[in-house]
Design a protein around this ligand. Structure first.
Ligand SMILES: [Zn+2]
Length: 150
């Protein structure tokens, strides 16, 4: 994935296999913070690389621009990304653009969030829910749950 350096703006390419490591900017050597915002998956190849190579659990939010409940849950998904930054990678898949992926996982209603560990689906949550409810359904570490209170 491509991450912009917060210090110099340089675009850095981070391999999915190194998402758990503390990356440094290739230009100015500043540390790049862990991903704390949902990351938009551009294409099927990127999806496959991410879920297969990531050493961290990956939660993918399957959504579409025309889906009202998807917009309703978007701030909760953003909360998941910031709460679990550095522990879980939160990504978004637009099912209009990634129809093959949506078909592969039998996505019939959106929003659907799927957790992947080492490329395999391990949990699924359907429908708009709070970040805390999503985390519970997806089996994310309850140790960080205090963060939801804020
Ligand atoms: Zn930099």
């Amino acid at each position: 994935m491509i991450r912009a350096c917060p210090s110099c703006g340089q675009q850095n390419r981070i391999p999915a296999s190194r998402l758990d490591a503390r990356a440094l900017c290739g230009t100015c050597k500043s540390p790049l913070s862990p991903l704390d915002d949902p990351w938009e998956i551009a294409d099927a190849a990127t999806f496959d690389e991410l879920v297969r190579e990531s050493p961290l659990p990956v939660v993918v939010d399957f959504w579409a621009p025309w889906c009202g409940p998807c917009h309703a849950v978007a701030p909760e998904v953003k909360k998941l990304a910031s709460t679990f930054a550095g522990k879980v990678v939160v990504a978004k898949a637009n099912t209009d653009q990634l129809q093959e992926i949506a078909g592969r996982y039998g996505i019939r209603s959106i929003p659907t969030l799927i957790r992947f560990d080492a490329g395999k689906e391990t949990a699924r949550a359907t429908g708009a829910q709070s970040a805390a409810a999503l985390a519970a359904t997806l089996g994310l570490d309850a140790g960080a749950a205090g963060a939801y209170a804020r």
